[in-house]
Design a protein around this ligand. Structure first.
Ligand code: SAH
Length: 466
């Protein structure tokens, strides 16, 4: 069986190309072509404003009339983007007559080439075609690939490019060289680059040339990963990628089972959860465990609820690693305040109600609540309290005593962003009693301020309705 199309990448730098049509579709194609530094001539009596700007900026040449056969002379590529099928047909015919590749937007029959859907990681490009059968399917495939391929793959390709000659000289055997590059692309050099440690990546690569044996030693590392407040869809691409490369996964109670399960199936799983007053593993021990496992050459993934650097003791865990010279990276996550606020329809700031927002913890190491009430009791400010349920009564009383209105709205969000999310709304005066009447399941977050009143109109997430 023959395939209908040959996938190729065409060099268009400084080559004359023709786009016919002056609307939104033409604009999209022009933008794609501009990336290749082609010399674009646009033919259209009328053009949309954004195309006008490109013409004024000298990026494209404009002929404000109808096309003639002469326009096709010497041209390397034609795109027909008019909304008149007869015109498009004529364009296609003229281009074919002169053997110029032609694409008629959304009309595969009239095309001599099709424009693929492209995943860009410059200089890496992945082109997807469904043979003109389903542009939507091509787009869906593209979206899938976008999530799988780290955004810095292009930088990785550039780095490899810089060392290609050196590798040829130093590793003349082609099979050995291929093995070398395969290991480099899947090892610490790539990982350092993906996490934005470019210098370290280059240094590591240089080292490998000097001591290729290092490739065989597996060096451990720790990824401290923020997993967001509960909904697995709120994970970042990087979090998921690292989780799927893990040798060991350490997690605690705040990370939902659905999220933990997204880690590599063959990894070793360790629960190091903490409950209030009932520490499964003291923090000190977790810090040392992370270091010990990394020293055994393992890729250790430490999953954290929300963001690791917001009331997450991420700093403490990293200090031990830094002291021991162990390689680590931190992946930010959506903190409970951001997640719960969005899923409860409570904007944390709003031009009419709050110009600032404070994140505080209501629970001190010794179990008491001791907050700077004077700085909290302000109008036009939202307060988000983590770990505040135990102190709820106290918090409301103190805020009223420090001058806040007893009518100030307050929300208690339980298991925010999960299918068990519940939102309890009251005022400083009424909420403590309301909360006592309910069976509340941790974790819970408290949001205080006028913005809470917006919940009534902006609430959209209703998992209980399912
Ligand atoms: N690092 C985490 C916070 C850890 S402190 C973050 O950035 O979100 C733990 C507290 O976070 C809990 O006591 C609770 O107040 C809050 N929290 C975390 N996840 C939550 C959720 N899904 N719903 C409500 N509160 C949550």
């Amino acid at each position: 069986m023959s395939i209908p199309n040959l996938p190729i990448f065409l060099k268009l730098q400084n080559q004359p190309c023709l786009v016919i049509g002056g609307g939104e579709i033409a604009l999209r194609k022009i933008r794609t072509l501009l990336k290749t530094a082609a010399q674009i001539t646009l033919i259209a009596p009328d053009v949309v404003d954004q195309i006008k700007s490109l013409i004024t900026a000298g990026k494209i040449h404009h002929i404000a009339s109808h096309f003639t056969e002469e326009n096709f002379i010497d041209c390397k590529l034609v795109i027909a983007a008019t909304n008149d099928r007869n015109l498009n047909k004529q364009i296609s015919r003229l281009a074919n007559k002169r053997n110029v590749p032609v694409n008629v937007v959304d009309d595969p029959e009239l095309c001599s080439f099709i424009m693929p859907s492209v995943v860009e990681r410059f200089p890496v490009q992945i082109a997807i075609s469904t043979g003109g059968n389903s542009p939507v399917l091509a787009r869906l495939l593209r979206a899938k690939l976008e999530t799988l391929i780290p955004s810095s793959y292009g930088r990785l390709a550039n780095l490899m490019g810089q060392y290609r000659e050196k590798a040829k000289l130093q590793i003349p055997n082609i099979n050995q060289r291929r093995n070398f590059w395969e290991s480099v692309l899947q090892g610490p050099v790539a990982e350092l680059l993906f996490s934005g440690q470019e210098k370290a990546a280059q240094h590591e690569l240089e080292n490998l040339f000097d001591k290729p044996d290092r490739l065989l030693q597996s060096r451990g590392s720790v990824s401290l990963i923020g997993c967001g407040p509960g909904d697995p869809d709120l994970l970042t691409f990087r979090a998921l990628r690292l989780m799927q490369q893990a040798d060991v996964v350490l997690y605690d109670r705040l990370v939902t089972p659905e999220i933990v399960e997204l880690s590599r199936k063959d990894a070793e799983y360790m629960y190091v959860g903490k409950k209030r007053d009932n520490h499964t593993l003291p923090q000190e021990d977790i810090n040392h465990l992370l270091a010990k496992l990394a020293k055994q050459g393992k890729h250790v993934v430490r999953l954290k609820g929300g963001d690791p650097f917001i009331f997450g003791r991420g700093g403490e865990e990293l200090q031990t690693l830094a002291e021991e010279g162990i390689s680590f990276q931190v992946v930010p996550g959506i903190t409970a305040a951001a997640g719960c606020a969005s899923y409860a329809g409570i904007p944390l700031t709003h031009r009419d109600y709050a110009q600032s927002c404070m994140f505080v913890t209501g629970h001190l190491k010794d179990g008491t609540v001791d907050l700077d009430w004077d700085s909290l009791a302000h109008d036009n400010q939202t307060i988000v309290i983590y770990m505040g349920l135990i102190g709820l009564n106290n918090i409301c009383t103190e805020l009223i005593a420090h001058g806040m209105s007893p009518e100030l709205p307050i929300a208690l969000i339980q298991q925010g962003t999960t299918l068990d999310q519940k939102v309890l709304i009251g005022t400083l005066q009424t909420l403590p009693a309301l909360a006592e009447q309910q069976t509340i399941k941790p974790p819970t977050l408290i949001i205080i301020g006028e913005v809470v009143s917006l919940h009534e109109t902006l609430s959209w997430f209703e998992p209980q309705a399912l």
